[in-house]
Design a protein around this ligand. Sequence first.
Ligand code: NAI
Length: 329
Amino acid sequence: MTEPVNVTVTGAAGQIGYALLFRIAAGEMLGADTPVRLRLLEIPQAVAAAEGTAMELDDCAFPTLAGVEIFDDPVKAFDGVDVALLVGARPRGAGMERADLLEANGGIFGPQGRAINEGAASGVRVLVVGNPANTNALIAASNAPDVPATRFTAMTRLDHNRALSQVAAKSGTAVANIKKLTIWGNHSASQYPDLFHAEVGSRPGAELAADRAWLTDDFIPTVAKRGAAIIQARGASSAASAANAAIAHVRDWTLGTPEGDWTSAGLWSSGEYGVPEGLVSSFPVTSDGSGEWKIVEGLEIDEFSRGRIDASVAELSEERDAVRSLGLI
Ligand code: NAI
């Protein structure tokens, strides 16, 4: 067997952590031939709960699990890390203003970015799940000047999967036969799920999108507000589907996306599609398994899509300006 890969998961005692860790340990994220060493980071009050999860991980006796360690110090948790899943974040409390939320998360993702900068392995890959994911990724990347900014990504794969499932239901096409959907912008209600370049079985996605009433009043808001609908129904936010998306994001990044398809991920912009440089925004992306996402270029963006993308990117610019004025980046 090869040398174990060090995977650090923050917020390990939370509900996504509980849905995520067992699948990583079982080899679903990096492959059944790749042993993983799990390093769980929690706040001190939640370390005991993380220890309970670690006991359960032991009790699964996964052949791919090379060990579990628990930390409450990011510097130690990220020392030598190859893959970092930043799940733990500060949720919006009652009466909390957006600036307070951004500041509280800056207090988490700034130090974590610095710890990654200091101790991570040279090929480190980072996925930010904790919300506001795009701006938290921006904060972490900005605090890690020695790590290429493109190694910090934000999760929009759950939105991508939600869009796939909505299109499958509408068109009667199997998910496996729907390709080239894109989530653009922020992982928030302003995100834009784009059907115009999709392939839905043998039909172009633009054919479905021609039903503008369905597109604007049903498809786009259903995808964008799915998280809220799940909280309403379940009494708790999406956890298993979020964990599933995190696994798919890292798996595709590491092992490659399928030929003839792409997926969506929040990536550091170099100005692609008019997204200002240095924002972490969702794009259509491919990976050949060599460790870098590649933004799909050259797609034609019509006026309808342009307006939606610009609106979501404007929100990202506002968030960036807010964290900049708080001195977090
Ligand atoms: P949760 O509240 O069940 O768990 C969060 C865990 O993070 C807690 O155990 C907490 O102790 C820990 N934590 C807080 N601060 C920490 C720090 N500084 N270092 C290490 N751990 C810390 O929340 P859940 O449901 O697991 O969600 C986690 C995050 O993921 C939330 O921000 C949620 O909004 C976000 N999310 C993002 C999605 C996406 O598509 N990008 C989808 C679903 C959730």
